[in-house]
Design a protein around this ligand. Sequence first.
Ligand code: UDP
Length: 324
Amino acid sequence: MRLLVTGGAGYIGSVVTAQLVEEGHEVTVLDDLSTGHADAVPAGARFVRGTIGETGTLLGESFTGFDAVLHFAAKSLVGESVERPGLYWSNNLGGTLALLDAMRRAGVGRIVFSSTAATYGEPERTPISETDPTRPTNPYGASKLAVDTALSAFAGLYGLAAVSLRYFNVAGAYGDLRERHTVETHLIPNVLKVALGERESVSLFGTDYPTPDGTCVRDYIHVADLARAHLLALDATAAGAHQIFNLGNGTGFSVKEVIDVCREVTGHEIPVTVGPRRPGDPAVLVASSEKIQRELGWKPVHPALRDIVADAWAAAIGKGSVSA
Ligand code: UDP
């Protein structure tokens, strides 16, 4: 297929692009490099620099030749979204509406969208399933949820074929493609920075949560497993339908457990500095991925946290992950 991957120079978008190229698809990456890296665009993919709002003008007539779009380009920092909500609404919702409009004009009728567990907010129960209430607690989650609403509307109005994948905590690496954010907020890369000698200690945000060891529990999924789900989703898109699937492993690990696994994998003692809770962090976020397993036949190949961390570590020290 001829595919457009927006945000294909970012962490998840680049891994999906690599897998699509491996499967023989013809891939164009559109990325403005605001947070992505040009050298992360896999060899074999064409690269166009620009924003999603410019898709129609940048690709022009040739956009009509695309079979589908995989849409990753977005602002994705919860804290930043609270400080600069306008940026999140204009980029994530406004940009996506411009992209959907360009798709409609060009007759490109299929999209796989990168959504998030942040659309659910503070859950009433775990594991979270797709029918649970969506009450985002920050502008990032709200902007992603608004896109999900738009996709449902476009499916009903124009026959768009859409799938949203709601990611839980994505980690690990694929070959040398890894998480490389200028401002790193995620737990595993921050812990590994300590092992690399780039930071003296890792901050532990809160030890007074109602969980077995008092630290937050999250569901970590390997980026290679997450990426594979996009290829299944692409095949599952159906005209006039907007399907939503959660993507996680269904098992929760506390922040302390994650740090312990990082200690085992790296052999580094990893000093910890205990600090206050980070605003907006729910105590427990664990996915039910039963729906995508049942309906699309997705199954994680690397569900073990140790393997996820080992791949992130191998890529961080330049050895390339084993799962690629
Ligand atoms: N966390 C932490 N120290 C860090 C980064 C994160 O204690 O340097 C905690 C954070 O409070 C949350 C968990 O680790 O409970 C996972 O955070 P992350 O930002 O990786 O993912 P999120 O669940 O927020 O998407």
